[in-house]
Design a protein around this ligand. Structure first.
Ligand code: ATP
Ligand code: MG
Length: 365
């Protein structure tokens, strides 16, 4: 197991997994896990959930279980992959502190994903100190595992860019890597942290099923924006959500010409991304544009398509929902394994920083 290359990715426990996660990251995670070529680390970023809901610890705890249950339901196999709880891996916090010293505060605040989140989640200027800190924390989540690749959705790219900068800076400052070295050569030239590569999903940014945001663009499907179809939604809920979803507001009657741009009408974004019969989609888009088919027919088809995708996941989810101990065991075993790697990384980082005073051994019973 030790010799394989690693990948790391994760989810914040702010709710359950949705279709955006599926196409943005889960498909890649499954492919990498099942290829047998990688050691896969999947992290539940529970501390980061406190950035927006520090007043709701029960909810966060429940979401940790929900996310882990969703993972098992989609096919993450705890015998092949490592599922871990962030807050039980102290090396991540310790790296966060050191990393926060080598990256300018203004650089962190220039991260467009943070700015977008502040806007979308209406955080105003009331966000906690830990909100910008979480961006640095995410560098530590990733680099603690020194992974080769990080499978994510597009919104994560600015975060990954920060972790690439942290890796370069650390390696230059403490490992003597020449700043002119190419990213791919950092490790070969003595660096500790790899300048990681993102791996984007089949769909980089799935839009939500709600109306556009203040800037007129459709919002990203998000757990926190009330615009998601969850992988755990039952068939009736999927039906209700689809039948009432936002489409083309200018279209009053089925005979009105309709908008089929997936950037403007989520009904078509969903069909383009999930309907296996793309010839049907093209044909119906033409009819929709000409006012020859109503929303209801297209929505009904989408309900069918989505339920066919979600049904097997639902069945497996039921199995794990009834066995929360099994879910917790997968997290315990994984977190134990994750600590071995993260402790090793921290030890090496401290050594490079000349702050390796007393070796320690950490264990989870
Ligand atoms: P929150 O609203 O709390 O931020 P989220 O729905 O954005 O939740 P995250 O836990 O932040 O979910 O993201 C987990 C992973 O899923 C990330 O890699 C992210 O890029 C990806 N992802 C999330 N939403 C989408 C989406 N709509 N399309 C593609 N990828 C997505
Ligand atoms: Mg998010």
């Amino acid at each position: 197991m030790k010799s394989k290359k690693r990948i790391l990715t994760g989810d914040t426990p702010t709710g359950k997994l949705h279709l955006g996660h599926y196409v943005g990251s889960v498909e890649n995670r499954l492919a990498l896990q099942n290829s047998g070529e990688y050691d896969c680390y999947f992290l539940i970023a529970n501390k980061h959930a406190f950035t927006t809901r520090a007043d709701r610890p029960d909810e966060i705890r429940q979401s940790v279980l929900d996310i882990a249950t969703d993972w098992l339901a989609v096919g993450i196999d705890p015998n092949k992959s490592t599922m871990l709880i962030q807050s039980e891996v102290p090396a991540i916090d310790e790296l966060t502190f050191f990393f926060s010293m080598i990256i300018p505060f203004n650089r962190v605040m220039r991260n467009p994903t943070l700015a977008q989140e502040i806007k979308d989640k209406e955080l105003g200027d009331k966000y906690p100190f830990g909100f910008p800190l979480y961006a640095v924390g995410q560098c530590a989540d990733i680099l603690a595992f020194r992974p080769e690749m990080v499978p994510v959705g597009e919104d994560q790219l600015p975060h990954l860019e920060l972790s690439r900068e942290v890796a370069r800076r650390f390696d230059q400052l403490y490992c003597g890597v020449d700043p002119h070295v190419q990213d791919k050569d950092y490790i070969a030239r003595g660096g500790l942290f790899p300048v990681i590569q993102p791996l984007l999903g089949r769909v980089k940014r799935l839009v939500g099923i709600g109306p556009p945001g203040p800037d007129g663009n459709l919002l990203k499907m998000s757990k926190s924006l009330n615009n998601a179809i969850f992988l755990s939604d039952d068939a009736d809920t999927v039906q209700k959500k689809v039948m009432t979803m936002y489409t083309d507001p200018k279209r009053i009657r089925a005979t009105d010409p309709g908008e089929t741009d997936p950037e403007k009408n989520p009904l078509w974004a969903m069909h383009e991304n999930f309907n296996p019969d793309q010839a049907w989609v093209k044909e119906q888009q033409e009819a929709y544009r000409q006012g020859k088919v109503g929303d209801v027919a297209i929505k009904k088809k989408l309900v069918e398509v989505l339920n066919a995708l979600i049904d097997p996941i639902r069945t497996r989810r039921k199995h794990f929902e009834a066995r929360p101990d099994e879910v917790m065991d997968a997290l315990r075993t994984g977190t134990r394994r994750a600590n071995e790697v993260a402790e090793e990384t921290l030890g090496l980082a401290k050594k490079a920083m000349k702050q390796d005073y007393f070796p320690r051994k950490l264990s989870i019973p």
